[in-house]
Ligand binder design. Structure first.
Ligand SMILES: Nc1nc2c(c(=O)[nH]1)N[C@H]1C(S)=C(S)[C@@H](COP(=O)(O)O)O[C@H]1N2
Ligand SMILES: [Mo]
Length: 416
């Protein structure tokens, strides 16, 4: 074990073990612009803030002190408002525990399962140092070919506890007009979308890219999701103040829907009488079989997904005997109701034990004891089901490789 893997003291640490930390990439000034989460090392359900993933589409904006911050609320409302954080905190509050997953998490697994990628993508572990596109990009200029060849990200998924006020409370204060159709939240981060991101999602630079010019990051929630009692404007994360990288002083929490709906650094909420045409909604996080598929639609809820935490391919060779196959499972439509495990490549399946939960938006831990005496190769699979009757995989392949929830085999050998 490398020295820097040791926590090194007994009181707040545990010699020989490392506390959970994310894998950050920084800009030339040393500011965190992106970080992956050590999902394979996660023990409980809530990812510590220091281990949470970080994603920003345009740039990491300058922080604004909460005392200097105001929220503008306008559009199809009876009474446009300007609110301070104190005004918002006086409203009824709520705490919701939920998984946040970036839409692009695990995209390369689509390619692997579709046999367009020979090497199986790896989910990063704390003990492995390996690079992805963001780390490479932070370290210097990349050519288009280098960027396209770099692996796409995994580990963009974390579980959190969010405290804030339901968005519906703030909308209620302003009074929604009957004409209201969508609620657009706008961050103060601004930039011109990097075409490289789209090239990477599509696996080619040979496409026409819609260039919106300089924009603020924004998303327009359909009214029904905006008014859902668990959709929050949050100022606290895991029992502490929200950090700047996670959108302080106020961000959206949109349980079940992909990370990009969880708008950070909110400065404006605008109620529209139509579905506002936000760039990332209309051009970026969209389904469809090709860039010009007329059936493309905005993507919303995550799939139904299980992740095998133990064993992984690189735990091979395993010793014969008892093993506990274990992992996490989550669904964007609500609670996971079951997980099945196969140790013979999908010929037979056994129901795993799934931990009880009171949190329908959070992942659930599951496990399945495995007695193995025969040396050889084993292919382990897991598949989750949810309360809406969905069975993993619930998401269709799409040309941008978003919302991956396929069944990824783990291949291990048992030694003689
Ligand atoms: N204002 C703003 N909000 C944003 C983004 C952004 O670029 N700007 N990125 C989104 C994306 S793509 C994801 S996956 C989540 C990540 O949230 P986190 O960094 O707190 O983990 O934030 C979302 N909210
Ligand atoms: Mo994302």
């Amino acid at each position: 074990m490398e020295d820097d893997d040791l926590e090194g003291e007994w009181v707040f640490g545990w010699p020989g073990r490392k506390r959970l930390r994310n894998f950050p990439s920084t800009d030339p000034e040393g500011r965190v612009i992106y970080a992956q989460s050590p999902v394979l090392e996660q023990e409980g359900l809530i990812t510590p803030v220091d281990a949470f993933f970080v994603m920003a589409q345009l740039q990491m904006p300058e922080p604004v002190h909460p005392d200097d911050w105001e929220l503008e609320l306008l559009g199809e409302v009876e009474k446009p408002l300007t609110l301070t954080l104190a005004d918002i905190r006086r409203l009824p509050s709520k705490t919701v525990r939920a998984v946040t997953e970036c839409a692009g998490n695990d995209a390369d697994f689509f390619e692997y399962l579709g046999e367009r990628l020979n090497e199986k993508p790896r989910i990063r572990r704390m003990r492995n140092k390996f690079e992805d596109w963001n780390a490479l990009r932070a370290s210097g200029d990349l050519t288009v070919d280098e960027a396209l060849a770099a692996p796409r990200a995994t580990n963009l998924c974390s579980g959190g506890e969010w405290t804030g006020t339901p968005l519906s409370e703030v909308l209620g204060l302003a009074g929604l007009r009957n004409s209201a159709v969508s609620v657009r939240a706008e961050g103060w981060d601004r930039g011109r979308p990097d075409p490289m991101r789209l090239y990477r999602a599509l696996g080619t630079a040979d496409v026409e890219v819609h260039d919106p010019g300089e924009i603020n990051f924004d998303k327009a929630l359909p009214l029904e999701k905006a008014l859902h009692p668990d959709t929050l404007l949050a100022w606290a994360h895991n029992g502490d103040h929200l950090l700047h990288v996670h959108g302080a002083p106020l961000r959206l929490v949109v349980p079940g829907w992909a990370g990009n709906w969880w708008v950070k650094w909110i400065q404006k909420i605008e109620v529209h009488d139509h579905m506002a045409e936000c760039y990332h909604q209309v051009h970026y996080f969209v389904s469809g079989k090709s860039a010009d598929d007329p059936a493309s639609e905005m993507m919303t809820a995550l799939g139904c997904k299980s992740l095998i935490i133990y064993p992984r391919d690189d735990d091979s060779p395993l010793k014969p005997g008892s093993h506990l196959i274990r992992g996490l499972a989550w669904s964007g439509e609500g609670a996971v109701t079951g997980v099945e495990v196969s140790v013979d490549g999908g010929r037979t399946w056994t129901a795993a034990r799934v931990e009880e939960t009171g949190d329908r938006w959070l992942w659930r831990r599951w496990s399945s004891p495995w007695e193995v005496s025969e040396p050889g190769s084993y292919r382990i699979l897991a598949r989750a089901t949810d309360e809406k009757g969905r069975v993993q995989p619930a998401q269709e392949w799409n040309h941008q490789l978003k919302h991956f929830d396929g069944i990824v085999p783990v291949d291990v050998t048992v030694e003689g």
